[in-house]
Structure formats: structure tokens, C-alpha cells
Design a protein around this ligand. Structure first.
Ligand code: NAD
Ligand code: G6P
Ligand code: MN
Length: 453
């Protein structure tokens, strides 16, 4: 059984491979392949992957590292995609260009997310086509490549029969925090209901061994004025230093979105919002506390990326690898567990991004939504949710139509549709500002975007 990682040079690759290797019996995996278009970066990351598989975990799993699609995909059963098209250099522009115009600058939300989406749509179709051509006929592509919402809408439009499941690790990272806050050791005992679009959703119920814990969680958040549990908050020095130790979602500027969960719940206490809703509901405040010259892209380059590549260099010099050189945890576990469910037909409950088809009654049938589903060998079987209240449904419709217009505009090469998408986004205050940001984005993305006419 072969698993191919697309974006083999990602900072998340070692962590994902670790999660795969820890499930090697259930997955029956014989080979892991890394595929990337950046050979130099991937070859470096492969050094630590090789160490992890063959020295640390002493697995009998073959490692293949390639930049050739045929070598990468042939007979693969699973393709885990995690490309960052344009890499951190373009993430930095996604975040900084909107901020220069007074708009939210974020990797996956607002103008930055739309720019990243327009870079990623066609490379993602290439992954689907290469998998179709070379991989096993019943392969599954599990996609983390962002912005997952826009990517999933493009998949639905352009490759409706692709064997792809788009996923996100944010809800599971939130559940990690909930478990820590509530003192729950085994997070597998937690079952939740959730609805939304990717990076745009709400938990409506969180149960621990069948008991609803949302009211207790709300009390916790109100008392602590943040969702980050004490165990994280106590380590103030580590938080400030933004080191690679511990949970990466608690570091650096992530702090504000956990604080934001509290701020949102002060006004709208019924549901637990996804951290990403802050970019849409507190857009002005986000811009105010952002440094337009130093954004999350810089934090990541200075911590997760630097730590990994310096750690690899030190290993090559000294033969020693220190703990925490690479990030591992829920992110890798989530995608590897999903592969286990598909392979072994376990019907385990996951949150997935999928075509609505009536799961959310007052959202269009063809919307790509994020909802819970039981996952077995034939893919997700979605669990229907209740009618969405007007406030959340209104927000979702605005964001949904924005993303649909963006994808249409990108496919058709339509400047007008893309400008409508930018204008419709809740993070953008006016049509004039939308046009200014879009025109700067066109210039910055000229090596990546289709031409807009
Ligand atoms: P990274 O820049 O370290 O790694 C991305 C890799 O993708 C790079 O090595 C790059 O060369 C490669 N790449 C770019 N274009 C490619 C292409 N066309 N084909 C093959 N490889 C290509 O980035 P990272 O921070 O490790 O993140 C990796 C990806 O995972 C990003 O898309 C990020 O947004 C995503 N991510 C998603 C979630 C989620 O919840 N869905 C969570 C974490 C990360
Ligand atoms: C969360 C989101 C991802 C996003 C990531 C960014 O995990 O679910 O979609 O890519 O955060 O994290 P970073 O540490 O790179 O800012
Ligand atoms: Mn995500």
C-alpha cells in the first residue's frame, strides 16, 4: 500500500509521516512517496523523514523522494495533498497587501485567501488528473492544501467525479483546546455537531461520553476570558517567544483568535465559533492589532520553518536530532485516521468538506459545506444538521457566493466576477478598496494567476 504526499517539502511532512508510521499495521503501508516541485526543499525534508522511518521508528516502510509525477503517483492508494502554491513568499504577500489597504491580511480568509485560492485551483486539478492517470483506480486524495473552501468548490466545478476529500485541522485543534480546558484526557470520547463552510463554522453541540459540555465550556471561556486553557497560558514565556514547543495554534498572533472566541461568545453565546470567524466579525480590530510589516507568514518562517531546516542541517553535521525539530500531532493524526477509516471501512465520525446535498436545509444544495460524516470505504456519509439561524445563514451565504464568484471568475478569466468576489467579501469595506487590493494582487500574482479580462 503506497501513500504519496504532494508537497513533500512541507513543514508538516515529517509529522504526517510520523502519524502514518504509527498506524502502519492498520494502513498496511509499504511505501511512502514524497512529491514536490521544489527538489532542494523536499530533499532536505526527506532527510528527517528517512531518519524518522528508519532510525527512530525502525519501520520497514520504503521511502521514495521524487519530482516526477509518474514515479510519485503510480499505484498509489492514497494521495495526501498539502501544497502551498507560491510558498511562504506568496503567503507573506497575501497577508501584507490587504493590510496596506486597511483590510484583513490572512492566509485563507478575505483577499489573501482569495489570492491563494486563485493560485491553487489549477495545480490542484493537476494533482487530480495525475492521480486519475497513474494511481490505483480506487485511490483517495485527502486534501489539506489551502484555501480548502475555494479549492473544494473548484474541484466540484471542474472535476466532479474526483476521488477527493477536502479537510481542515482547525476544528480538531479547537477540540484539543476544549479537551485541555475541560480536563478530558481522551478526546476520542468527544462527539460534536458542527455546521459551516471551511474556516467559517460553528459547533452547536459538544458531548463528552454523551453529556453535553457546551454550557460548562461557555462558563470556562467567560471566566478565563479566552479559550486557551491554563496549561497553555501558564507558559507565557513560550507563548511570547513563539517557540516550536507544544501546540502551534497557541503561538504568536494565534493568541488573538482564541481571545476572539471569547469576544464573539460574549455577544453570541449559543454556539462555539470557529476561530477563523474572527477575521469576518472583528475585521477592523484585526487590522488594528496587526503589524503590516510582520505577519503570521514571518512568524512561521522564523519558527516552524527555521527550526525544521536548521535542525536538519545540524543533523547532517552532527548525526543528532533534537526533540521538537519538527511539528507533529493532531494535524498528522487527523489525515492518517481518515485514511484508516477509508481503508478499513470503519464508519468513524469525522468533519469533512463536502457538497451539501441537503445536509444543511437552508443552504443551497450545491454548496461545499463543512459537516460531520461517518467515513467508510465509499467515502463520507454526511450527518444532516438543523436549520441554520438567520444570522449565521446570512454570513454563510455572503461568504459562499463570494467563493463561488471567485472560482467562476478564475475559471472564466473574468475580472468582473473576481472583483465582485472581492467586493462581496465581508473583510472588504468598499468596492473601491476591493478594486485597489485586487489590482495589487494581480501584479503580485502574475506568475500564478490566469489572466483576467
Ligand atoms: P510549506 O511551504 O512548508 O510546504 C508546501 C510545499 O508545497 C512546498 O515544499 C512547495 O514547494 C510545495 N508545492 C508548491 N506548489 C506545488 C505543486 N504545484 N506541486 C507540488 N508541490 C508544490 O507549507 P506548510 O506551511 O507546511 O503548509 C502546507 C500546506 O498545508 C499549505 O497549503 C497549508 O495551507 C496547508 N495546511 C492546511 C491545513 C488545513 O486545515 N486544511 C492545516 C495546515 C496546513
Ligand atoms: C490551521 C488551519 C489551516 C491553516 C493553519 C495555519 O491549522 O486549519 O488551514 O493552514 O492553521 O497555521 P500556521 O501555523 O501556518 O499559521
Ligand atoms: Mn484549515
Amino acid at each position: 500500500m503506497i501513500i504519496t504526499l504532494v508537497g513533500g517539502g512541507s513543514t508538516f511532512t515529517p509529522g504526517i509521516v510520523k502519524s502514518i508510521a504509527l498506524r502502519r499495521e492498520e494502513l498496511d503501508v509499504t511505501e511512502v512517496r514524497l512529491f514536490d516541485i521544489d527538489k532542494e526543499r523536499q530533499d532536505k525534508v526527506a532527510v528527517v523523514v528517512d531518519w524518522l522511518l528508519h532510525e527512530d521508528l525502525k519501520c520497514d516502510i520504503k521511502l521514495t523522494v521524487t519530482t516526477d509525477p509518474e514515479t510519485a503517483y503510480t499505484d498509489a492508494a492514497f494521495i495526501f495533498a498539502q501544497m502551498r502554491v507560491g510558498k511562504y513568499a506568496m503567503r507573506e504577500k497575501d497577508e501584507k497587501i490587504p493590510l496596506r489597504h486597511g483590510c484583513v491580511g490572512q492566509e485563507t480568509c478575505g483577499c489573501g485567501g482569495m489570492a491563494y485560492g486563485m493560485r491553487t485551483i489549477f495545480p490542484m486539478m493537476q494533482v487530480i488528473d495525475d492521480a486519475e492517470k497513474y494511481a490505483k483506480p480506487d485511490h483517495w486524495i485527502l486534501n489539506y492544501s489551502n484555501p480548502a473552501s475555494i479549492v473544494s468548490e473548484a474541484c466540484r466545478r471542474l472535476r466532479p467525479n474526483a476521488r477527493i476529500i477536502n479537510i481542515c485541522d482547525m476544528p480538531i485543534a479547537i477540540i484539543d483546546m476544549v479537551a485541555a480546558a475541560m480536563g478530558i484526557k481522551n478526546k476520542k470520547e468527544i462527539v460534536y455537531d458542527y455546521y459551516g463552510l471551511n474556516h467559517f463554522g460553528w459547533f452547536t453541540s459538544i458531548k463528552h461520553n454523551g453529556k453535553e459540555i457546551l454550557p460548562a465550556l461557555r462558563e470556562y471561556i467567560m471566566e478565563h476570558e479566552i479559550l486557551l486553557p491554563d496549561t497553555y497560558m501558564k507558559d507565557k514565556a513560550a507563548l511570547a517567544a513563539n517557540t516550536s514547543k507544544g501546540n502551534r495554534h497557541a503561538k504568536g498572533s494565534w493568541y488573538y483568535v482564541w481571545k476572539g472566541v471569547y469576544e464573539i461568545m460574549q455577544n453570541f453565546p449559543d454556539t462555539l465559533p470557529n476561530t477563523y470567524l474572527n477575521y469576518y466579525l472583528q475585521q477592523k480590530e484585526f487590522v488594528e492589532h496587526s503589524d503590516p510589516n510582520h505577519t503570521r507568514a514571518n512568524e512561521v518562517m522564523e519558527t516552524r520553518e527555521k527550526n525544521l531546516f536548521e535542525g536538519i542541517d545540524r543533523y547532517l553535521e552532527t548525526g543528532k536530532i533534537e526533540e521538537n525539530v519538527f511539528y507533529a500531532g493532531s494535524h498528522g493524526d487527523w489525515i492518517a485516521d481518515l485514511a484508516v477509516a477509508l481503508k478499513n471501512d470503519t464508519k468513524t465520525r469525522f468533519l469533512v468538506i463536502t457538497e451539501n446535498r441537503g445536509a444543511l436545509p437552508n443552504i443551497p444544495y450545491d454548496a461545499m459545506v463543512e459537516v460531520p460524516a461517518y467515513v467508510g470505504k465509499d467515502g463520507p456519509e454526511v450527518i444532516a444538521q438543523n436549520t441554520i439561524p438567520l444570522f449565521q445563514q446570512g454570513l454563510m451565504m455572503q461568504q459562499l457566493n463570494c467563493e463561488k464568484l471567485l472560482v467562476e471568475g478564475c475559471i472564466e478569466g473574468s475580472y468582473e466576477k473576481v472583483l465582485q468576489a472581492f467586493t462581496l467579501n465581508k473583510t472588504v469595506p468598499s468596492m473601491k478598496v476591493a478594486k485597489e487590493v485586487l489590482d495589487d494582487m494581480i501584479e503580485a500574482n502574475k506568475d500564478f494567476w490566469p489572466e483576467l479580462k
